[in-house]
Structure formats: C-alpha cells, structure tokens
Design a protein around this ligand. Sequence first.
Ligand SMILES: NC(=O)c1ccc[n+]([C@@H]2O[C@H](COP(=O)([O-])OP(=O)(O)OC[C@H]3O[C@@H](n4cnc5c(N)ncnc54)[C@H](O)[C@@H]3O)[C@@H](O)[C@H]2O)c1
Length: 364
Amino acid sequence: MKVIRIKTKEYKILIGKNALNNLAIEIRKNCPKCNKIAVIIDKKVPRKFLIKIIKILKKYKIFIIPINSSEKIKSIRQTNLLLEKLFNLEFNRSDTIIGIGGGITGDLTGFVASIFKRGINFVNIPTTLLAQVDSCIGGKTGVNTNYGKNLIGSFYHPKVVISDISFLNSLPYREIICGYAEILKHAIIKDKKFFNWLKSNTHKILMKDEHSIMQAIKKSSKIKLYFTEKDFKEKKIRMILNFGHTFAHAIEAKNRYSKKINHGEAVLVGMMIALKISFYKKICTQKTFQDINDIYKRNNLIKDLSNFLTKKETKNSIKFMANDKKNNDERISLILLKKIGKTSEPGKFKFAQTEIKKIIDKLF
Ligand SMILES: NC(=O)c1ccc[n+]([C@@H]2O[C@H](COP(=O)([O-])OP(=O)(O)OC[C@H]3O[C@@H](n4cnc5c(N)ncnc54)[C@H](O)[C@@H]3O)[C@@H](O)[C@H]2O)c1
C-alpha cells in the first residue's frame, strides 16, 4: 500500500501502513544537525514499534522516555519533569524530540518541544485514530490546568508527522470510535460528499479496514488543514473546528477528565447537543438533523448525555463553557450547523449561560 504524502506550508504528513520506515530519512532531511533524539513514547504502544524505532534510528544517540498517558499527565508538572530530563541530557536546539502516542502524548511533547530553549525539532508520530485525523495537525500543543483543558499551550509545528496505520491494530474499539468522532465532525462541518461517503463506509472504518481508514485519515487531514492554514492562531475560521467541543470540554471537565468518558466520546455527545440546538433554533432543517441522527443510530454512537451527567450536572457544567478559551466575554459562543458541510460563522451565535440552561431543560 503506497504511503500518502500531504505537504503543508510548514511540514509534511505521511500516511500509510509502515510509513514509519521513512522516519530516519525524514529526520535527516528536516533536522540535519540532529545528534540526540528523545523518544517520548506512550507505554501502551506495543513494544515491537519501539524496537523498530531503535533500529531505524541507530545512527543517533537516542533516549527513551516512556509515559503513562492520561489527561492528568498533560500538566505543567510533567512538562517540568521532561524539560529537566532534556537539560540533564544536554539537549540543544538542533536535536530532536519525537512524540509517539495519542493526542495526549502529542500535545504534551509538542508543548515541551516548543518551549525547550525556545523551540527544538519536533517529530509527531500519532498512534491513535484521533491523533492521526485531528490532533497531529494544526500545530496546537498544550497542557491542562485546574481551570480547564488545554489552557496553557503554544502554536508550534512539527518538522514531520508520520501517521502509520499499523499502530491502530492494537487500538481498542472505544478509541477507534473517538477518532471516528473527529472524522465525522470534519465531514459535518465542511464536506457533504465526504459525509455521504461516511454513510456507507463508517462500519468499515470502525472495523479498521485499511483502505477506508487511509481514505478517512487523508480526507480528514485535508479538511483540518483547510481551516488551520487559513487561520493558524485561531482568530476566526479555525473556531469552526470547535463544533460540539464547547460542550465536550465542559463534560470532560465535569467528569474530572476521568476514563468514564474520554475526549472523543465527549465530542460525540457535544456534537449531538450542538445539532439539537441548531434544529431547535431553526438554523438547520429536520432533514439535516435526521441525516446525522441516522448515522449515530446505525453505528451505535453515543449521543445520550444522561449516561454521563444528570440534567442537574449538565446545567452545572455550563460554567465550564464560559471558561473555554474560545469565549472572550461572559456569553458562550457556539458554532451551530446550517446544513451538512456548512456551519454558522464563528461569533454569530452567543448565548447567556441562563439561556443555554433553558435550552437544555427543553431538549433533555
Ligand atoms: N492539539 C490538537 O489540535 C488536539 C485536537 C484534538 C484533541 N486533542 C487532545 O488529544 C487528547 C486525546 O487524544 P487521544 O484520544 O489520542 O488520547 P490518548 O493519547 O490518551 O490515547 C488514548 C488511549 O489509547 C492508548 N494508546 C495510544 N496509542 C495506542 C496504540 N497504538 N495501541 C493501543 N493503545 C494506544 C493511550 O495509552 C490511551 O489509553 C486530548 O487531550 C485532547 O485535548 C488535541
């Protein structure tokens, strides 16, 4: 199977089975003065990949730093620990950090790379579907705080992204669903044709059919790039990618980032709430609502908030929305859906917290 290459303005994305084989060549090309490499790897990534990477990078001095992925380690504390390791190992700016893992590993290592001596070479090797279709693209890095998710961070591009679909073989179904949530979001906000393709290919993606997965990663990456290249620092159009996420972040925060609900599941619930509000406010038609609802139903995607939060808890979680960094006043800005492939403009719909509480009362 051929490796798909997408060139962005700043870096290259390689997608495919065994795309990892290109790692040494890419480091040689993109980090020519590199001598030392820190490999920060999620412990759940099967060992055979680490063995392969050590072999591929045998010409470099490599240091393996295993981490246990959880939202708790996306923290300033963990950032400091990693920075100290790099100082002790006497890394300099021409050396390289490779992050191998899901979105948590990518966000954390990307952040460390962006601040270590004001920026060291960073290579992102995403190993979850969510990371391959979403978090590895667009240059957002960051960690969580007690005040909310991803509230400390930077915009920083990797030198190269290698999305090797072989990593997905060991990924649990629940994590595949999480990645699928972002794939579906990309289709809903930007591409009706892709949405229609998903109608008949969702099952294959969820079953890890290689061809369908590759197509979904490629299409999703391009849609994410469409927004992030136009608006890298998220001043306006990039906020459209936030469809469903204001609710998702609130749900995750209310559940204290526990395993009870993970990011992708929260996104599925959040998109359904945004869709319900779009329909309730007559911004989209019943047909649009139905089309999306059908894809959820047919594929048993989570959409029922009550599995995770009671109505009272839901209302309490609304205060976390106001803390979302995309809101710059007291009111909560929501991206709503006009039709499949077209959302409202960022900043067009703003709601007071009391108004959202009322809507939630009516909808659930
Ligand atoms: N930077 C961005 O633009 C952006 C976009 C979307 C999401 N995110 C962030 O991404 C994070 C979620 O990412 P995620 O869902 O990948 O979480 P994650 O990194 O925790 O990975 C999910 C689970 O899969 C395990 N795992 C990773 N690779 C595996 C493999 N190959 N086989 C088996 N298990 C494996 C992990 O240990 C973890 O238990 C959130 O923190 C979210 O905020 C960032």
